[in-house]
Design a protein around this ligand. Sequence first.
Ligand SMILES: [Zn+2]
Length: 247
Amino acid sequence: MLPLVIDTHCHFDPEDHAAELLQEAQEARVGVLAVGGNETNNRTAALSGAPFACGYDWSCVGIDPRLEQYSGMIAVGELGIDFHRGYSEEIETDQRKRFLAQADYARAVQLPIIVHTREADQTTEAVLREANLPKTGVIHSFTGDVAFARRLLDLGYYISFSGIVTFRNADLLRETAKFVPMDRILVETDAPYLAPVPLRGRRNRPAYVRETAKFVAALRGMTLEAFAEVTRANTKALFGSVPAWEC
Ligand SMILES: [Zn+2]
């Protein structure tokens, strides 16, 4: 039987048929963590039937007032810092405030966080230090170098790799994927974006995480079986034991 691989980060748009994508994932032996980040995605994640995370990302203000209704949440996210569309001190101050509000919420509900960071290494590291959460979390769809990864690992965070690690121009990221210790590594799709090679360009879906897992396993000189086992154990250690993942 194929080893069970966990897609620790995907989004369902309202027009996605989450039930079909989850059925397809199950047939491909892929477990799924559905992730929100705004009111629409929180809702589709919470109603998908998969284990899910909800939160408010860097572009939203406040706390989703409906979170209380979604029982069974296993993480807060995604939240994060993103200067891709521009940087100013004001933008940074705003995003830090939002991040810390989400971190406070995570502390209150005692759940790990799912962190997005883009072109914001220093600020992300600074807010993670400031938040100083007792339960850490994962830096998702990681694109940083070994030095940044090392600082985040030192803070207790896990590192998750998406299809970007399979892209032709991602040599530096592949160095990071080889560097992250066995007990801190995860994989994901970040669907519907970032489909891995050789499926690049298609609309991404949870089942495609197998390509990324295969790729990272080979990169690290491991069998897919061994790598899948490691990432399943890490998923459980970080997010807790979830029945859907026990198969
Ligand atoms: Zn995401």
